[in-house]
Design a protein. Structure first.
Length: 255
């Protein structure tokens, strides 16, 4: 430590050149900012959460029989006709969902990359059960992405081997959604994949919705408790509601 008095006091030391601002190390904030990426994930994730909730409610129509289910699938394609052409509204939904998917996955990759860089050698070690959904987010997300691709080939485009051999394409007059669903889920490996994917969807949703509660800035104890309860309830409803369908087909309740 230097002293102020004596032969080697600070007064003898050469006075350093003042550092100009241009000599300071510059590190520009990353673009887009982390906040922008988090908000993007929260907004697009909320759109997905609403979509899977509405889709699950529509899927439950399978319990009302083939005619009702196919009428619902037909109604989706003729929505807002004649203002929009056949499948016009459906195409708008598809494009919005696709844009959300690209933004959600893109933002998640950027945030994961940045967090790996920022943590360096000092990472959290070990696993806690409480943090399991959070830790698994990238993996549950990847399985869900694979599920969506498989699901569209299976029930929308009818592309084999994802689709069953008995897939019938929907026409402007008639939907075969019920027939295609039952034929597909009667294959037990496919039904099992649907069940596992829906369980992982529940895990992904519960942490995703909880993150939205945090990102919205909910700080009060009561508000956070209500937020956590809503996240858990929504995730469980979507997951369990959907899981009943492959189970019902496998057990012959829906045939
Ligand atoms: C057990 C769970 C599920 C069942 C039984 C199911 C059922 C169906 C059926 C029957 C269709 C075709 C509808 C039609 O032809 O009108 C469909 C389409 C679709 N589903 Fe699902 N679904 C499930 C889960 C999911 C999940 C979790 C997602 C998203 C993460 C999803 C996304 C989609 C998409 C994007 C389409 C294509 C809609 C289109 O462009 O025509 N589904 N689903």
């Amino acid at each position: 430590m230097s002293t102020l008095i004596g032969p080697h006091s600070d007064a003898d030391a050469p006075i350093p050149e003042p550092r100009t601002t241009s000599a300071l190390p510059t590190s520009r904030p990353p673009r887009p900012s982390n906040v922008t990426l988090k908000v993007t994930m929260a907004l697009t994730g909320t759109v997905f959460a609403l979509f899977v909730l509405v889709h699950m409610i529509g899927n439950l129509k399978v319990y009302t029989g083939a005619d009702h289910f196919d009428a619902y699938a037909h109604w989706l394609r003729t929505l807002l006709e004649p203002l929009l052409p056949y499948e016009g509204a459906l195409w708008i939904f598809r494009l919005v969902l696709l844009a959300c998917l690209v933004a959600h996955i893109g933002a998640s990759f950027m945030l994961i990359g940045r967090s790996h860089k920022a943590k360096g050698r000092f990472r959290r070690k070990g696993m806690s059960w409480k943090r399991l959904p959070a830790t698994l987010m990238p993996y549950t997300g990847l399985v869900l992405f694979a599920f969506i691709v498989f699901h569209i080939l299976d029930l929308t485009t009818g592309t084999k081997p994802a689709a069953s051999d008995d897939f019938i394409s929907t026409t402007e007059q008639q939907s075969y959604a019920y027939h295609n669903l039952v034929e597909s889920l009667q294959r037990w490996p496919v039904a099992l994949f649907y069940i596992v994917a829906m369980a992982l969807l529940g895990l992904h949703l519960v942490h995703g919705l909880w993150s939205v509660v945090n990102d919205l800035g909910a700080t009060g104890k009561r508000v956070r408790q209500v937020g956590a309860a809503i996240a858990l309830l929504l995730a469980a409803a979507v997951s369990i509601g959907n899981i009943t369908i492959p189970l019902a087909v496998l057990t012959g309740v829906v045939s």
